[in-house]
Design a protein around this ligand. Structure first.
Ligand SMILES: [Zn+2]
Length: 78
C-alpha cells in the first residue's frame, strides 16, 4: 500500500526550469521524490527523511512561507 503526501518545498528552486517554489516532495514506500509542477523535472532522493534542501538562499520579498524565519534575540542594552 502506497501513500502519497505532497509537500511543497519552501524556497526551493527547480534545477531544470529555475522557478522558485515549484518543487514539491512526496513519498512512496521508502523513497522520496522531488518533482516540479512547472516542468517535468522528477528526481528520486536517497534520504530516509526529508531534511533541509541544499542551501539555496534566495532573498526575495515574495511573502511566501515566512514560517521558518527565526526570531533574532534582542541584544542586551548598554
Ligand atoms: Zn521545473
Amino acid at each position: 500500500m502506497t501513500k502519497q503526501q505532497k509537500r511543497f518545498i519552501a524556497g526551493a528552486i527547480c534545477p531544470r526550469c529555475a522557478q522558485l517554489d515549484k518543487l514539491f516532495v512526496y513519498r512512496i514506500d521508502d523513497k522520496n521524490f522531488r518533482e516540479c509542477v512547472n516542468c517535468d523535472f522528477l528526481e528520486e532522493q536517497q534520504f530516509a527523511s526529508i531534511q533541509h534542501e541544499p542551501t539555496t538562499r534566495v532573498t526575495r520579498d515574495t511573502g511566501v512561507n515566512e514560517e521558518q524565519a527565526v526570531r533574532l534575540i534582542t541584544p542586551p542594552k548598554n
